[in-house]
Design a protein. Structure first.
Length: 304
């Protein structure tokens, strides 16, 4: 007869004096050292990330630099990558359910007194007999092996679900990456275009101010009516209103581009336009005929 360390003794034996299965709390110094070690390990990563953001914002940024930086720091893409890693681990866990499982355990118990059993009126003699039932030191080994044979196709169904989850996670990752590349390219071009429009509006304001001064000079000299001055004032006011609207659009577009890149709204990037727009992969002269006839822009996006 074998008794586990935590199973109560039915014959009223004394409680175990010492057991290996009892848990003990970790010392406070060990926990404090572990917390400090984890905190110290996380500090350099944050410092490196801040340095990367500062170096990226200090130099003029091309559209290729913006795309690469966004792919590395966009939170939506990071979440998609984590979801894919979770799906891969889920597939591994589902595959492991088909494998045999081995369980091993060991228990040690030392009793303070010898375990005795007493029988009154032993064999009708009217005397009490006592004898030792086990040793004061008890060792318990336990070994188990389990191999699933058939569970009503439950394991195969779980594995198929995990495989489909991984395929969906990979599809979502690719979709988010392509959408992010397109959004960064579109936002980059829109910011450059809107800033160029704002520059044109500012030049128009300068020209309208000059026209207004000429109209005032002609009116003072009696060479033109006052209506020309009023028309110049209206045109100048509309141009200034247009400039404010375009400036607001520039701020909104820059904030959207910073959000795609994982930057704060207060960061102002120096966008560098390209000298010559490169042709798409399916429109270049060196591209094969079947790719030249494909949908424009799709292959150029997939290269990211």
């Amino acid at each position: 007869m074998t008794r586990t360390p935590h199973q109560p003794w039915r014959w009223g034996l004394p409680r175990p004096a010492w057991s290996l299965g009892r848990s003990s709390a970790l010392p406070t110094a060990v926990l404090l050292a572990l917390v400090l070690a984890l905190g110290g390990a996380a500090t350099p990563a944050g410092a490196a990330s801040g340095t990367a953001f500062q170096s990226f914002a200090a130099e003029p940024v091309t559209i290729e630099d913006a795309v690469h930086f966004g792919l590395d720091h966009n939170p939506l893409l990071d979440a998609a990558n984590d979801q894919k890693l979770g799906a891969e681990q889920g597939l591994k866990a589902a595959r492991a359910e088909f494998l045999p499982k081995l369980d091993a355990g060991y228990g040690y118990t030392r009793l303070g007194d010898e375990p005795l059993a007493k029988i009154d009126n032993f064999a009708g003699t009217g005397r009490t007999a006592s004898f030792q039932t086990s040793d004061t030191t008890l060792n318990r080994w336990q070994l188990g092996l389990r191999q699933p044979l058939f569970r009503g196709f439950g394991l195969s169904a779980q594995y198929e679900i995990a495989r489909l989850d991984l395929a969906r996670a990979e599809f979502d990752q690719d979709r988010i990456r392509l959408d992010l590349v397109l959004a960064i390219q579109r936002g980059f071009i829109q910011v450059l275009l809107t800033e160029r429009v704002r520059q044109v509006v500012l030049e128009t304001i300068d020209q309208l101010q000059l026209s207004r001064r000429n109209a005032q000079s002609y009116f003072r000299q009696g060479l033109s009516p006052e209506n020309d001055v009023l028309k110049a004032d209206v045109a100048l006011a509309e141009a200034r209103l247009k400039e404010r609207e375009v400036a607001r659009q520039v701020a909104l577009l820059r904030a959207e581009l910073n959000r795609l890149l994982g930057l704060e709204d207060a960061v102002v990037l120096k966008l560098r336009p390209w000298d010559k727009i490169p042709p798409a992969d399916d429109q270049s002269e060196t591209a094969p005929p079947h790719r030249r006839r494909s949908a424009g822009g799709l292959e150029s996006v997939r290269r990211w």
